[in-house]
Write a protein of this length. Sequence first.
Length: 288
Amino acid sequence: MALLQLVATTLTCLLSTNLGVRGQVLKEGRGVCSKQTLRVPLIYNETFIQPVYHPFLTTCKGLRTCSTYRTTYRVSYRQVTKEVLQTSITCCPGWQKNHPGATSCDQALCHKPCRNGGICTRPNVCLCRPGWGGKYCQIDVDECRTPIHSCFQQCVNTLGSYHCACHPGFSLGADEKSCQEQPTPSPALPTSGQSSSSEELTNEVKELQGKMADLQERLEWTVNTFQNLLPMRLEDIKAEHIQELWTRLRQLDQVESLSDQLMYMEEKMGSCACQDNKISLRMDPNTR
């Protein structure tokens, strides 16, 4: 019976060892072509407490000599052999382990490295960042040739990206896509020095206009006097009449001089007139 049990135990160990060496082939996980579970022998040393027996003679009852022993203990070492289960995987072509002890093949292999921040997600397939294309993310995508940019007016392509721009007279909105018309700058207001000069010119023009009106009245009186003297006979014309007429005629030169000054002032005022601050001079056409 003992012999039969020994044979059965030996056969069981041999079968288990044989199965462990061949392993169990499984299809499991992305990039894993095969997975095996192996029984691997593990040999190591361990410590244990070993009893030590020391015989000695003693006196028993009846004054007889007896033999006995004393037990002590010591730390000893022994070699132990055990079998452990170890998983071994085989990666498919284009895949590899993240580290030697990994039980999965999650890292894809690309023949050339992915560029511009791309990631190798499958064998020889790169996942590119936005703005890049091509097998290895080496080509810049021109977003301005596609409708994805949504720029209102102008689209400017850059490496791996783009930005919007606006025509002259417009500014880019807060969304960085729309364009808003820029307000027309208001005209500069005159400085205090310019304002003072304009006031002086205005006062001077008013003064000339007053003198012009006074001389205009004298001119009308002179013309009337001259017309009244024409029908008179020479002997009826007195010396004071001629003197007064001569005085009036000399004032005509003053009227012409004032008219020239007034025209010059009008031209000067017109050249420095500003928008929304114009000085308009309305003159009677008969006075010029």
